[in-house]
Design a protein around this ligand. Sequence first.
Ligand code: ARG
Length: 478
Amino acid sequence: MKLWGGRFTENTAPEVEEFTSSIGFDRRLYREDIAGSIAHATMLAEQGIISPTDAKAIREGLTAILQEIEAGKFSFSVALEDIHMNLESALTERIGEAGKRLHTARSRNDQVALDMHLYMRRAIVAVGEDMLYLLTALRDVAQEHAAVIMPGYTHLQRAQPILLAHHLLAYFAMLARDFRRLAGCWVGADMMPLGAGALAGTSYPTKPERVAELLQFGSLYGNSMDAVSDRDYLLEFQAMASITMMHLSRLSEEIILWASSEYRFIELSDAFCTGSSIMPQKKNPDVSELVRGKTGRVYGHFIALATVLKGLPLAYNKDLQEDKEGVFDTVDTLRFSLRVYADMLRSMRVHSERMRAVLEDDFSNATDLADYLAKKGLPFREAHAVVGRAVQYCVQHDCVLHDLDLATLQRFSPLFAEDILAVLAIENVVAVRSAHGGTAPVQVERQLQAAAELLSAYKEEQATRTARVAQAEFVLTK
Ligand code: ARG
């Protein structure tokens, strides 16, 4: 017998039962659902809506069910549709009458909304932990290779030499913004929807502030129809996740290039690569390829949810059940990607001598030759043209700028003097870019320092949210 079976005379068609059921994926919300129900029952008893004895029986029954689930002994039923009805019938089976009072002043619509808010807060904390793990790794690896110089690119053509640390800290900066965006998601997740009922609110003298207090929510929804229909906070998370995956995907593209025989800038640890079943020599950067590939599915989940929502009239519609699988998969994919990236970066080997060799055989110091002339009074545009001709000369003579002797350089401009060779040296080319945000060691040192400070601020922020989520779990233990 269905919990809602009263007005029905026929059984649900088996394929409809299968199609409408969400227990296959929303069973993942069992902790949230139980915490929400205990908080709800506690409030109902405090408000005199159910008896204290019933509330106690509900609390004990649900706690026992929680243990059963965690021990892998609970059997979920498709016929009972979703996590809410699976738990409610198990409770009633266990404690009788009192179990049937739990759903007073509540609908599955505000119940599932509460579960997803609880889930999202936990996910934000978990993803935050993983982001900090990767941010710390990026900073550490940058620090470790603080002296390594590599070619910097534009258009994937060698442009100017940079510090590898500068390159890695650019990713630190992107992911730090992702952490800030993640923190922004907290505000929407931290709102308490219970009390909205099916859509219009409830006639019982409930006290949603009390439920919010028990579950450590920062605020309440002010409109019951919004409370049961809002999925913005999930979409916000999906958008944040898409941007983060995009950053990881860009990094992946570079790791893949750098690990190729053409670049040979890095070597990934065997632990993060796989081989080929036919080509014995292969060592493939699968982790990076998969992270790049999985970015597609995370984008897909964002688009899917945005599309589910775009035509929905208020308030609850079953379409909203489609919010879950994508969000769960996004959380799993994102968490895994962040963690594996941190471990992979820490274990990669950097071939600084190869980067160096590439730079020695290259025109990455051409800008500096032009700057030299400009600083001696030649307008930059003319200096640019002079150096352009020098580069063309080198190309024809199969050499690079720092191979030219002073006499040859002076054929392009009389302004060249003895000091030019020091200017063209790669270390110098890096060191002179010492204005704010540049690649010079002094600036990179400042970035490393700033990164350390940002990390400790973020860790404090993270600890506050972690504590809130942990306190919300108290309802499960006392
Ligand atoms: N499984 C449903 C969901 O995920 C729970 C809410 C069902 N509400 C309803 N009126 N059918 O959205």
